[in-house]
Design a binder for this molecule. Structure first.
Ligand SMILES: Cc1ncc(COP(=O)(O)O)c(C=O)c1O
Length: 373
């Protein structure tokens, strides 16, 4: 480490008894499995000339990156008295937060009901059930807000029907953002100075939370957001999305628009190439957001000066994608196989310039939800 930082622990691998006490359930139980994830250097073929980026492997958490906000949101709600002992937790999720909430339910003894849609991988459905969560499936998308709005409507219905139940509301809950302080602190302990942070964007939680803490130490930090084509987050029209995790068909309140310096949209075949290349070359990969983030972080490395230190958050591991990204039939049927992505993204001046269909970047970041009711 090249500098000392006041809120960074001496060692990223400090023993559990050195950590600040949260409560006994968290300190002794499976909650101790969350955090202290490793970083991995990724170079060629994503970057060249000895350049590369550091990938923060959040797939090394039991469920993925969202174990952090799941535990934190539940613990804060309990501390504030919003979530009574034993009360039901209800949330809309495409999977990762669901896995985290199933863990939080076990740690803190709450029943968990998760609302999802047919896009959720069957393996995740089975894992959630095995971890003791109940899964409610919505069957029709909302006419304008898509699957996400349909899921949120169902959450409202379930909250009304179950007195005392509580929903974390990951899209607007500031604790979803605060939860990533630990990730930022780990990154600083592992990497020291960081110049560029590359994050995928779904609820906006980890990009906002990690960047906020890093900028306290490195005010010149550049934040690069990664979205999928067909997502409305950064001002594109909604379209069918194959990629899960990143992207949205609503405008989540947790997205910190002014924090971003530039954004990239990635197409599914580009993420597939990236995921499969990571798996073959680095034995560390993940889902759609991992592939998308790696592609962008590699390009940033190639086009930045030598010595620029880039951190990229890999939100999960590859296991749940073995029937999609890593399944040849799934990919072939959708035309996602054997296409190497372009070496450069298309650049547009404004998100409304045209509807993006392939890897595209834009340095003008606007909040398209700002003027909506
Ligand atoms: C696998 C995966 N990647 C990326 C994201 C986006 O992260 P965030 O919601 O913090 O913007 C999510 C969110 O659900 C996710 O599940």
């Amino acid at each position: 480490m090249d500098t000392a930082y006041s809120d960074v622990p001496d060692s990223p691998t400090s023993a559990p008894h050195d950590k600040p006490a949260i409560d006994s359930a968290r300190d002794r139980g499976p909650g101790t499995l969350v955090g202290d994830t490793p970083v991995l250097w990724v170079g060629e073929p994503f970057a060249d000339d000895g350049k590369g980026f550091w990938a923060k492997l959040e797939g090394c958490n039991p469920g993925g990156m969202k174990d952090r906000p799941a535990l934190h949101m539940v613990e804060r709600a309990k501390a504030r008295g919003e979530l009574a002992d034993g009360a039901m937790i209800i949330e809309s999720t495409s999977g990762t937060l669901g896995l985290g909430l199933a863990l939080a339910g076990t740690v803190h003894q709450h029943p968990v009901t998760l609302v999802t849609d047919p896009g959720m991988e069957p393996i995740v459905h089975r894992m959630l059930a095995a971890y003791g969560a109940k899964v409610e499936l919505v069957t029709e998308p909302h006419p304008t807000g898509g699957w996400q709005q349909a899921r949120l409507d169902k959450v409202r219905e379930l909250l009304d029907a179950n007195s005392g139940s509580w929903s974390p509301d990951q899209y607007a809950n500031p604790d979803n953002v605060d939860a990533y302080q630990s990730l930022a602190v780990e990154l600083i302990a592992q990497l020291g100075r960081i110049d560029v942070l590359v994050c995928s964007v779904g609820t906006g939680g980890h990009s906002a939370g990690v960047a906020r803490v890093l900028r306290r130490h490195f005010p010149d930090l550049k934040l690069v957001g990664v979205d999928t084509i067909g997502s409305t987050i950064f001002g594109q029209p909604a379209d069918t999305r194959i990629m899960r995790g990143l992207g949205s068909s609503i405008f989540p309140g947790n997205i910190d628009y002014p924090a971003f310096d530039e954004i990239h949209w990635i197409a599914p075949q580009e993420a597939v190439w990236s995921c499969r290349t990571l798996t073959a070359e680095y034995h560390a990969s993940g889902g759609w957001s991992v592939g998308a983030v790696a592609l962008v972080a590699g390009w940033i490395a190639r086009t930045s000066g030598a010595g620029t230190k880039i951190a990229a958050v890999f939100p999960d591991g590859p296991q749940r994608y073995f029937d999609t990204i890593y399944n040849d039939d799934f990919c072939r049927e959708r035309g996602l196989l054997d296409t190497a992505p372009p070496t450069e993204p298309v650049t547009i001046d404004h998100p409304t310039d045209h509807i993006v269909q392939q890897w595209t970047r834009c340095a003008t970041v606007v909040n398209p939800g700002e003027h909506r009711a």
